[in-house]
Structure formats: structure tokens, C-alpha cells
Design a protein around this ligand. Structure first.
Ligand SMILES: C[S@@+](CC[C@H](N)C(=O)[O-])C[C@H]1O[C@@H](n2cnc3c(N)ncnc32)[C@H](O)[C@@H]1O
Length: 311
């Protein structure tokens, strides 16, 4: 497994092109339900899996979200639902948009990340908060920010008591965590979970068509109208000409299985979009990528449903 270099080394032009692509992405996503509305279906999925595999209701669970992100809608939805949740992220979130939060974000995340938060806030926050508040009103739930529940740390360096959690969740994070951190983090997660607890970890697996995290190949672009692209499908497994503006550990689905099996029993693997990109896999390309099975090439966001091994 190759480790990607830090994105610090990306030239400014590439960073700007990426920022423009992200803006286009957010504009195009206006066709979809906004993110703060979509996250509630993740909570429904967590509740269903927790009930089925651990025999408990989500509202009674002690939850940890790994990598809640700059706009932590899932954590906010869990807290509003009265769930005893904490989250950990390597970066400081901007929750209420107070100047002190931006100062802290610059101090800890650096200027580039803080500028991104500011741009996001100017462009999208109003609409997203409106959508989130409308959803809370529809569900009859209160708004709860509770900043003390948003821990800021490399998740691998966090210390929690053994057996102190019923559920661990993580969405679109593990592909960004350094391999050395993952090998420390995964056994910790298993230890923090009570026996019979559940881990729901959903990375965007590197070997899938979206795994290179190149905006040209984001999942939503594959179902939309034809578009001009400068890179080829599965570019990141082939010529790899264009690095994304994010660090990736390049773990394959098989790598995740090996890593998780040291501490967990894998109960299920759910692929978000099982045939994503099939129309791009011509016989010639399949021959070129023959080192990867369909299991890898048609991975994208894969939910690993796992129970800690008996200690
Ligand atoms: C692509 S974002 C996903 C955020 C959120 N889960 C979502 O779905 O919108 C990845 C997040 O993982 C966090 N992250 C990456 N490595 C981490 C680590 N070692 N410990 C904690 N958080 C980490 C990043 O700071 C970032 O917020």
C-alpha cells in the first residue's frame, strides 16, 4: 500500500482548480436534498443496525463519531435526538460561526482550512441551517450545539475508558487517516466498545471509481449528463496524473478487511452504490485493471458493520 504525499505539496493552481470543482459540486448538489436533511437517513440506518445486531435503541446508546467534519450535521442530529454522543475530529469545527471559533480554527487548522470554512459559511451555511432547523421543527426536536462534545484530536491519540461505548460511527474518514494512525485506532475502537457493541465504519474505498477523490469522478457526476473530463476512469489506479487536494492512505477493500479483522468480526459489508461506474469498465480497461477484482473496482462508500472480537 502506497502512502500519498501530504497535499501541502500540491501546486496553488491545482488547489484552486480543486476549489472551483468543489464549488461546482455544491452548486450541482442543490438538485439533491441538502446534507443536513440527508444525514437523518444515516441515523435511521444506524438505528436499524444497532437494533438488529446489538439489540438496543439508538436513543439509549453511547455513541462516538470519528471525523465529524467541518459541518457536523450527523453529530448535531444525534444530539438533537437526545443521544449521548461525542465526536472526535482532527480539525476544529465552526459550529455557531462566532469570530472566536474562526480564530481557533486558524490557530489549529491553518489559514487554508479556516478560509474554506469561511467560504462555506458565506455560500452555504444559511441555506443548510435553514434546512436543518426546518427538519428539527418537523420532528419536534430542539437544537443542541453542546460544543464540549466535539473533541479535537487525532482519533488515534484519544483515550476513553474500556467498554464505554455502544456504537462507533464514521463516514468518509478512514481513507484520510494515516496507516500508522489506523493501526493504533482500530484496536482502541474495539476496546472502547462494550462486548456486543457495534462499529459502523464507512470509508470511500480507494479502489472504487470515486476512490481517487477527484471531483471529476464524484458519484453524482456519473449519473448526470455527459461531461468533459481531463482524467480517465480509475485514473488513480492507472496513470495517476492528478492528485486530489486531500491526503489518502490508498487502502483497498481487502486492506480494510485485513485491518478490521484483527479487532472485529465483520458482520456485513454494504456498498452504497453497488454497480457505480460499470458502464466505464470496457473490456480493455478491465484487462488493464485485472489486478483488481470487481469486488474492489465496484467498491465506493462501503459500510463495514462490525462487532468487537471477544477479549
Ligand atoms: C471528508 S471529511 C468527512 C467529514 C464527515 N464525516 C462528513 O461525512 O461530512 C474527513 C474528516 O476526517 C477528519 N480526519 C482525518 N483524519 C483524522 C484523524 N486521524 N482523526 C480524527 N479526524 C480525522 C478530517 O479532519 C475531516 O473532518
Amino acid at each position: 500500500v502506497k502512502l500519498s504525499p501530504s497535499t501541502e505539496s500540491l501546486p496553488l493552481g491545482a488547489k484552486l482548480a480543486d476549489a472551483a470543482a468543489l464549488l461546482r459540486y455544491h452548486r450541482d448538489c442543490r438538485r439533491l436534498a441538502p446534507e443536513p436533511v440527508r444525514v437523518w437517513s444515516d441515523l435511521d440506518e444506524y438505528a436499524e443496525l444497532l437494533e438488529r445486531h446489538a439489540g438496543m435503541a439508538l436513543r439509549d446508546a453511547r455513541v462516538l463519531e470519528v471525523g465529524y467534519g467541518a459541518r457536523p450535521w450527523r453529530m448535531l442530529a444525534l444530539l438533537a435526538s437526545g443521544v449521548d454522543a461525542i465526536g472526535v475530529d482532527a480539525e476544529v469545527p465552526v459550529l455557531a460561526g462566532r469570530p472566536s471559533e474562526y480564530r481557533e480554527a486558524v490557530r489549529r487548522n491553518g489559514v487554508e482550512r479556516a478560509a474554506k470554512s469561511l467560504a462555506r459559511r458565506a455560500l452555504f451555511d444559511r441555506r443548510e441551517w435553514q434546512a436543518f432547523r426546518a427538519e428539527l421543527a418537523k420532528r419536534g426536536l430542539p437544537e443542541r450545539l453542546e460544543p464540549e462534545r466535539f473533541l479535537v484530536s487525532d482519533a488515534a491519540e484519544l483515550e476513553l475508558p474500556a467498554d464505554s461505548l455502544d456504537l462507533v460511527t464514521s463516514e468518509d474518514v478512514f481513507e484520510h487517516v494515516r496507516r500508522s494512525s489506523l493501526t493504533a485506532l482500530v484496536p482502541k475502537l474495539a476496546r472502547w466498545l462494550r462486548p456486543g457493541g457495534l462499529a459502523l465504519i464507512r470509508p470511500n474505498v480507494f479502489t472504487g471509481i470515486t476512490g481517487g477523490h477527484h471531483p471529476e469522478w464524484y458519484a453524482y457526476t456519473l449519473s448526470g449528463p455527459p461531461r468533459r473530463r481531463r482524467t480517465d476512469p480509475w485514473e488513480h489506479l492507472r496513470r495517476d496524473r492528478r492528485r486530489p487536494n486531500t491526503s489518502l492512505n490508498r487502502l483497498s477493500r481487502a486492506d480494510y478487511r485485513r485491518l478490521f479483522r484483527e479487532s472485529f468480526e465483520i458482520l456485513e459489508e454494504r456498498v452504497a452504490q453497488p454497480d457505480l461506474g460499470r458502464e466505464w469498465l470496457t473490456p480493455e480497461l478491465a484487462a488493464e485493471l485485472s489486478a483488481y477484482g470487481e469486488d474492489e473496482l465496484f467498491s465506493n462508500r462501503v459500510l463495514f458493520v462490525m462487532r468487537p472480537l471477544a477479549r
